[in-house]
Design a binder for this molecule. Structure first.
Ligand code: CTP
Ligand code: CA
Length: 223
């Protein structure tokens, strides 16, 4: 029923959104992850659908509700997210909102690691996860518009500008997550849109308003 109501400037456009954290198992009860509620990703998917887009929503184990009306693909690890993203292509645009864990534990086992009576600490070999955004940006199924996110501290614009060039995406939505801003884990965002045209700072606004502003910019870019 939802699909029949669809209308707007993104009608007929298929857009991929990644969202949430990934969990990288250490053993069956423990994992490595980045902080992410999935709130921004769900808001972006909903904003894109409100402009008429068909959304494929690839999400890790996030707390936020899933966007109603999207094609939802649930994954746990970065490697599973990379495979699900590849399977979702081709798309007209892709928005990489997920807080992907940078490393996974090599040979994570099926047995729970037990504390050692002598206090000997476990150690883990880590391997780098695939960079999903960079792979898609530089791949042969590249969407016409590729948008990354960056949570930065310190020199936000310089870091995000370098990240855009390194990954090969079109835009980076950068957020200053220095503890003093109170942004991390909060309801609001102060984003800067980094593109080939430079840095466009957006005012402090709710995650829903950030999502609508981004969806509108995406619709303009795909015209
Ligand atoms: N990203 C991704 N796959 C990864 C890591 C990151 O797709 N393995 C995407 C994120 O979804 C985000 C963008 O890349 O859109 C930037 O993520 P970020 O963690 O800021 O970039 P990194 O290259 O991992 O840099 P850092 O060392 O700052 O964590
Ligand atoms: Ca990272």
């Amino acid at each position: 029923a939802k699909a029949m109501l669809r209308d707007g400037p993104l009608l007929g456009r298929r857009i991929l959104v990644t969202s949430g954290p990934t969990h990288e198992p250490i053993d069956p009860v423990r994992y490595i992850a980045n902080r992410s509620s999935g709130t921004q990703g769900t808001a972006i998917a909903e904003a894109l659908m409100s402009l008429g887009a068909e959304v494929v929503f690839v999400t890790g184990p996030a707390d936020a509700p899933r966007p109603i009306g999207a094609e939802v693909v649930e994954v746990e690890t970065a490697r599973q997210m990379a495979a699900a993203v590849d399977a979702a292509l081709p798309c007209d645009a892709a928005v990489f909102c997920a807080a992907v864990a940078d490393w996974h534990v090599v040979d994570a086992g099926d047995s729970k690691i037990k504390k050692d009576a002598a206090g000997t600490l476990p150690s883990f070999a880590l391997a780098e996860n695939p960079d999903i955004l960079a792979t898609v940006s530089q791949g042969d199924k590249r969407p016409a518009l590729v948008v990354g996110f960056a949570a930065e501290t310190d020199d936000v614009i310089a870091n995000a500008t370098a990240k855009r060039l390194r990954k090969g995406c079109d835009w980076i939505v950068a957020n200053d997550v220095s503890p003093a801003t109170g942004i991390m884990g909060g309801a609001q965002n102060a984003a800067v849109l980094i593109s080939a045209d430079g840095a466009d700072p957006w005012p402090l606004m709710s995650k829903a308003d950030t999502a609508h502003k981004l969806a509108t910019r995406i619709a303009e870019a795909l015209q």
